[in-house]
Design a protein around this ligand. Structure first.
Ligand code: ADP
Length: 715
C-alpha cells in the first residue's frame, strides 16, 4: 500500500489544533483581563467603602466636637446670669465656675474672664469699689487698670479665673486695647450677639506668654431679655463682657477623648491657617468638615490613616474575590492542561492504532489469498490486491458489487445453503466452488466465509477468503487420470492371466498333473488378489474423478449383511475364525444402494477377520437408534496403535503393526468406506486399542440413501 509521508491522524489533529489553540489563548487573555478587572474593582470598591466609612466617622467626630462646644457655650451663657446678681465677688464667682462641670469636660482648659464696662470718669471709683469689695484678697491689693488708652469707655478685667499662671497678669487689663488684635467686635457684642474671637496671642497683652487661644465672648446686661431690645436700649444695660478663653489644643484636643481612633488625626483651619493639628500620622486621604461656632467657621481636615480599614466582612471581600478569581483561573488552566494532555494521548493512541491498522492492512493486502469484506447484503466494501489477481477485475469494478461478479456458476441450492449458514445461523462456511475470471476462464476455489457480529450479536459484515485451487485440482485430476489409466492397463493382462489359468485348469490344453494343477491354482489365487487390488485403485480413481452413482432401492438390510457374512465365511474355517451376527428381531427394509453398502460391509468384516488371530470371533451387531441404523464390526485382533489412529481413513494408510501381519493390503478399503458412507448421509468411526481389538461402525439414516446421478459406479 502506498504510504503517505505523514500519519493522517496527526495531520488531522494538527489541522484542528491551530484555531483551537487561538481560541484557548483568546479565552485565556479574556479570562485574565476579566480577572484583573474583577480584583481591581473589588479593591477599589473596598477603598470606596473605606472612604465612605471614614467620612461618616469624621462627620460623627465633628458632630461630637460641635456638641461639646455648644455645651460649653451653654455653660458660659449660664454664668452670665450669675454675674448680674448684686453681691458677686471674685471668690463667689470662682466657686460658681467650679460648681459647673466645665472643668470636667474641658480639664484645665479655660480661663474665664469678666471685663466690666467702665466710663473713664468713673474709673477711680470703680477701682476703689472693687478693692473694697475684694478686701483681703491679695490679688486685688495692687489692682490697676492698664494700659493707658485715650478711650472714654474701658473694659478692664474685673474677675479672672484661671489655672494657668501665665494668664494671671491679665487682671485689670483693659480689653479695649486689644479689641482689634483679638477680633473682639464690641459692636456685635454690644448688639447682644455672641462672638468667637480670632486667635488671640497673649503676647500682645502679657509679653512673657506664648499662649494663644479663642475667646468666646458674651455681653452681660443688667436686665434679661436684652437680646430682643434695640441697640441703644441695650447699651443702657450693658455692663461688660464675659469671656471664656481656651486654646485650640484644649478646645479640640479635649474633644478627642470619645472620638474613634481613626478620626483622631485632624487639623483645624481658621481662615485657611492651620491653627492646630492633633497628631502627625501617615495618611492617604483627607476628609474636610466645617464646624460653625457663632460667627466663626472652623475647617477640620481629618486625615485618613494609611491602615484605615472598614469593620466586618467588607475588608475580606477583595481577598475572597482574589482567591475566587485565582481559583477560576487555576481551574481553567488545569482544564486546558487536561484537555491538552488527553488530546495528546488520544492522538498518540490513534497514531499507534493507525500504525497497527496499517500493518494489518499491509498484511491483508499482501496475502496471496483473495480477501473481501462485504456488508450484510454481500456488497463488497473492501477487496485486497489478490482479488484483482485472481478474478481479473480491478478494485474500482469490484467495490460496491457482490461476489456474484465472478461467481454464480454453481447451482442455486449451493448459494442458498451458504447464505443460510452464514446469515441465518451466523456460522462460518467452508466449501469448494467454481468461479469465472473476467477473461471468462473458469477456476476452482476454496472459500471460507466468516460472519462478523457486533457486541449485540447482530451481523456486522462478512469476511470472505478465497483460494484459487485450480492448479492443485488439475494436478489431482492428472493423478486420478493416471491412476485410472494405470489400473485399466493393469487389469487387462490380469484378466487374460485369469482366463488362461481357468483354461489350463479346465484341461483345455491337456490334462495337468496334480502338481501342475496346484501351481496353476496358486497362480490364479495370486492373480485374483491382484485383480482385487487393481479394482480398489480403479474405484479410488473413479470416486475422485467424479461423483459416485447412488441408486437406492428397497433392500432387506439383514439379508444383505447375511449374504456378505456367508461369502466371507468361505475359507475361514481352516483358520478357525468365526463371524457372529446379532440384530433386532424385526426385519429392516431400507432404501439403500445394496452394491455400495455391500462394499462397505465386506471391507469392514474382511479387515476384522484379516487383523484377528486364528480361532477368534468377529461380531457384527446392528442397532436401531432413533432415526438411524448403526452397524458395528467388533474384533479382538491386533488393534491400531494410538498415534496412528487419526490417519486410518487416509488413502493408502496401513498401520505399522498391520504391515507386519498382513503384507499385501492396499490401504484403500477404509478410504472407500468413508467416502461411501459420508456421501450416503451417514457417519463412520471406530475405537481401537493395540493388541486388544477394534470396533468399526457406521450409521445410515433409516429414511434411506438419496439418489445421486453420478458418472461412475464402483466395481
Ligand atoms: P488394508 O488393505 O491394509 O486392510 P484398509 O484401508 O482396509 O487397508 O485398512 C487400512 C489399515 O487400517 C490397515 O492396513 C490396518 O492397519 C488398519 N485396520 C483396518 N481395520 C483393522 C482392524 N479391524 N484391526 C486392526 N487394524 C485395522
Amino acid at each position: 500500500m502506498a504510504q503517505t509521508g505523514k500519519n493522517p491522524v496527526v495531520t488531522l489533529a494538527e489541522k484542528g489544533s491551530w484555531w483551537r489553540m487561538m481560541l484557548a489563548v483568546i479565552t485565556s487573555l479574556v479570562l485574565v483581563g476579566i480577572s484583573i478587572w474583577v480584583v481591581v474593582s473589588a479593591y477599589k470598591n473596598v477603598e470606596r467603602q473605606r472612604d465612605l466609612a471614614f467620612e461618616k466617622e469624621a462627620e460623627a467626630a465633628v458632630d461630637l466636637i460641635g456638641d461639646r462646644v455648644t455645651y460649653l457655650m451653654g455653660q458660659v451663657s449660664g454664668m452670665r446670669s450669675f454675674l448680674v446678681s448684686t453681691d458677686v465677688n471674685s471668690t463667689k464667682w470662682r466657686d460658681y465656675i467650679l460648681a459647673t462641670d466645665v472643668e470636667t469636660k474641658f480639664p484645665e482648659a479655660f480661663s474665664f474672664v469678666y471685663a466690666e464696662r467702665v466710663e473713664r470718669k468713673n474709673l477711680d471709683e470703680f477701682v476703689k469699689k472693687l478693692k473694697k469689695q475684694e478686701a483681703g484678697n491679695t490679688i486685688y491689693e495692687n489692682y490697676v487698670v492698664f494700659p493707658e488708652t485715650p478711650q472714654e469707655e474701658m473694659f478692664p478685667v474685673k474677675y479672672l479665673y484661671t489655672q494657668d499662671t501665665e494668664m494671671t497678669p491679665l487682671l485689670g487689663y483693659d480689653l479695649v486695647a486689644i479689641e482689634k488684635a483679638a477680633g473682639i467686635e464690641s459692636e456685635k457684642v454690644v448688639r447682644g450677639e455672641q462672638v468667637v474671637s480670632d486667635l488671640i496671642y497673649l503676647k500682645s497683652m502679657v509679653s512673657s506668654s506664648n499662649r494663644r487661644g479663642y475667646a468666646f465672648i458674651l455681653p452681660v446686661f443688667t436686665h434679661f431679655g436684652m437680646l430682643e431690645q434695640n441697640p441703644e436700649e441695650k447699651l443702657k444695660y450693658f455692663t461688660g463682657f464675659f469671656a471664656a478663653w481656651i486654646s485650640p489644643e484644649k478646645l479640640f484636643g479635649a474633644n478627642m477623648v470619645d472620638t474613634p481612633e481613626a478620626v483622631q488625626d485632624f487639623s483645624v483651619f481658621d481662615n485657611s491657617n492651620e491653627v492646630w493639628r492633633s497628631k502627625n500620622r501617615k495618611f492617604d486621604g483627607v476628609v474636610t468638615k466645617k464646624l460653625r461656632v457663632f460667627n466663626k467657621e472652623f475647617v477640620l481636615e481629618f486625615k485618613k490613616p494609611v491602615n484605615y480599614r472598614v469593620s466586618g466582612f467588607g475588608e475580606a471581600v477583595p481577598l475572597m474575590v482574589l482567591f475566587g478569581v485565582v481559583g477560576v483561573n487555576l481551574m481553567w488552566y488545569l482544564t486546558l492542561l487536561s484537555v491538552w494532555l488527553s488530546r495528546r494521548s488520544a492522538v498518540w493512541m490513534a497514531m499507534e492504532a493507525t500504525k497497527d491498522l496499517n500493518k494489518f492492512k499491509q498484511a491483508v493486502e499482501g496475502v496471496s489469498d483473495h480477501v473481501v469484506i462485504t456488508d450484510v447484503d454481500g456488497r463488497i466494501l473492501y477487496a485486497n490486491k489478490a482479488v484483482e489477481g485472481i478474478t481479473g477485475f480491478s478494485r474500482s469494478e469490484i467495490i460496491g458489487k457482490t461476489p456474484a461478479l465472478w461467481g454464480g456458476l454453481m447451482e442455486k441450492e449451493f448459494y442458498e445453503k451458504m447464505w443460510k449458514v452464514i446469515k441465518i445461523n451466523k456460522q462460518p462456511y467452508y466449501g469448494e466452488l467454481r468461479n469465472k475470471r473476467k477473461n471468462g476462464e473458469i477456476y476452482d476455489a476454496e472459500i471460507h466465509v466468516s460472519p462478523i457480529v457486533d457486541e449485540k450479536g447482530d451481523l456486522a459484515f462478512f469476511v470472505g477468503i478465497e483460494r484459487d485451487v485450480s492448479k492443485v485440482k488439475a494436478v489431482d485430476r492428472m493423478k486420478t487420470e493416471f491412476l485410472s489409466i494405470a489400473s485399466h492397463q493393469l487389469r487387462t493382462p490380469l484378466s487374460a492371466v485369469k482366463w488362461f489359468g481357468r483354461m489350463l485348469l479346465d484341461g483345455d490344453a491337456g490334462k495337468l498333473s496334480k502338481e501342475q494343477k496346484k501351481y496353476v491354482e496358486q497362480i490364479n489365487q495370486s492373480n485374483d488378489r491382484e485383480i482385487q487390488r487393481v479394482n480398489a485403485l480403479l474405484n479410488v480413481s473413479r470416486i475422485e474423478s467424479g461423483r459416485i452413482v447412488v441408486t437406492p432401492k428397497e433392500t432387506d438390510f439383514y439379508q444383505l449383511i447375511d449374504s456378505v457374512i456367508s461369502e466371507l465365511s468361505v475359507g475361514i474355517e481352516n483358520e478357525k475364525k468365526k463371524i457372529s451376527f446379532s440384530r433386532p428381531k424385526r426385519d429392516l427394509m431400507i432404501n439403500i444402494d445394496p452394491d455400495l453398502i455391500q462394499h462397505v460391509l465386506s471391507n469392514l468384516i474382511s479387515n476384522a477377520l484379516r487383523y484377528s488371530a486364528s480361532g477368534q470371533i468377529v461380531r457384527v451387531e446392528v442397532e436401531i437408534e432413533g432415526k438411524i441404523v448403526k452397524v458395528s464390526v467388533v474384533d479382538k485382533g491386533i488393534g491400531i496403535p494410538e498415534e496412528q489412529q487419526q490417519r486410518v481413513f487416509d488413502k493408502f494408510f496401513r498401520a505399522t503393526n498391520a504391515l507386519k501381519v498382513v503384507t499385501d493390503g492396499s490401504g484403500l478399503g477404509l478410504y472407500l468406506v468413508k467416502t461411501i458412507i459420508l456421501s450416503s448421509g451417514g457417519q463412520v468411526g471406530f475405537i481401537s486399542e493395540e493388541n486388544k481389538g477394534s470396533t468399526f461402525w457406521f450409521t445410515l439414516p433409516l429414511s434411506g440413501m438419496e439418489k445421486k446421478e453420478g458418472e461412475v459406479k464402483l466395481s
